[in-house]
Write a protein that binds this ligand. Structure first.
Ligand SMILES: Cc1cc2nc3c(=O)[nH]c(=O)nc-3n(C[C@H](O)[C@H](O)[C@H](O)COP(=O)(O)O)c2cc1C
Length: 359
């Protein structure tokens, strides 16, 4: 089904800007403030490092997701099928971008990948605002069942919407809609931001709503405020975009904020290598997620380019585990850490993470 030109144009703009536009945060995601302590006597063979973890009800061979990016536009077809294949080959997760076009207009482009990724963790995606407008039964039928999803991500993006001239302005009812979905769906619900991070207070409210899985999507990677400001030709949007470009909770700070709440956390936002993923795991994340770097690798080298990036990232996670004397990601999450002064104030006093600081 064809898309109205304005919406498919927006999706194509997003892809182009994220491939080579100036849309990254200038500030860091603060993962560089996490010092992993080197173990010169690891007493481990590299092959004995076991990277398997569970996320959103499924076993991953390595703690990595290809994070939510696209769908609902013709170009998404090849991108999603190639990236889903990479997920299948590496035993990692793959997430669709927003499935609003499928839910509201029946647009199917880019949303069928099960045939190339029969076993991969497959995560759907819908905005909290849309989740509040549609009954859970419609979401189950049109998204979960129609695409063979293992989990559904609900995205929160108030900063992006406010900069987008045609964006949503009313964010009431999101938590209630999330609670309804958790109750009604028989697949896990993953609540994610889109580049501005999740705080401890939001984490607590999500736990009360029954949520078990979250994705930080913290500040320090792709700035959706910058993306929308680059697209807008309204002076107010450009001005807000400049002012709020760096808005948000850095990824490492968000993982630290969520420590000890009982949530399974995926750390996304400015990750592009396995050492960043390992640092997030050390802070307590269950896995790391990469969006933009996979899109760029795919744009440059297609399926092979994305596969090479995925392979490199997994090898780097393995290397960081060995060099900290960690046989598994869970071992890494028990090791002592050295934390820099910009990250330290974000670590809640009552979080278990506090007790691991210091070599
Ligand atoms: C091209 C592109 C499109 C995206 N579209 C979505 C989306 O539809 N839904 C969503 O929840 N997040 C979306 N994101 C956000 C990513 O899932 C991720 O949370 C964010 O970009 C931070 O990761 P990164 O720094 O690795 O890009 C998109 C990211 C990119 C790069």
């Amino acid at each position: 089904m064809a898309r109205p030109p304005a919406i498919s144009g927006r999706k194509a703009d997003h892809l182009d800007l994220c491939i080579d536009g100036d849309v990254a945060f200038r500030s860091s995601n603060l993962l560089d403030e996490v010092g992993l302590v080197h173990d010169a006597l690891p007493e481990l063979a590299l092959d004995a490092v076991d990277l398997a973890v569970d996320f959103a009800g499924k076993r991953l061979r390595a703690p990595l997701l290809i994070a939510a990016m696209t769908g609902g536009v013709d170009r998404a077809e090849r991108i999603n099928r190639d990236l889903a294949r990479v997920a299948q080959e590496l035993g990692i997760g793959f997430a669709f971008g927003s499935q609003r076009p499928l839910l509201e207009e029946g647009v199917t482009a880019g949303y069928q990948v099960r045939d190339v990724a029969p076993d991969a963790l497959l995560i759907g995606n819908i905005g909290a605002v849309q989740a509040a407008r549609h009954p859970p039964e419609a979401i189950r039928e049109r998204l979960v069942e129609a695409c063979g999803l293992d989990a559904l991500a609900v995205h929160l993006n108030p900063a992006q919407e406010l900069v987008q001239p045609e964006g949503d302005r009313d964010f009431r009812g999101a938590l209630e809609a999330i609670a309804r979905l958790v109750e009604a769906l028989d697949v896990p619900v993953v609540v994610k931001e889109t580049g501005a991070g999740l705080s401890r207070s939001v984490g607590r409210r999500l736990v009360e709503a029954g949520v078990r899985w979250v994705d930080t999507s913290g500040a320090g990677g792709t700035s959706w405020v910058a993306v929308e400001a680059a697209r807008a030709d309204a002076p107010a949007a450009e001005r807000a975009g400049r002012l709020f470009r760096e808005w948000g909770i850095p990824t490492a700070a968000s993982v630290a904020q969520l420590s000890g709440l009982g949530l399974g956390v995926c750390a996304t936002g400015g990750l592009a290598d396995g050492l960043s993923v390992a640092r997030a795991l050390a802070l307590g994340a269950r896995c790391g997620g990469i969006a933009r770097a996979f899109l760029q690798a795919h744009a440059a080298g297609g399926h092979a380019g994305a596969l090479a990036l995925g392979r490199a990232v997994v090898a780097e996670i393995r290397m960081a585990c060995l060099l900290t004397g960690s046989r598994t990601p869970a071992d890494l999450a028990r090791k002592p850490l050295v934390v820099g002064p910009r990250l330290l104030p974000w670590i809640p006093a009552d979080a278990p993470l506090r007790r691991r600081i210091g070599p």
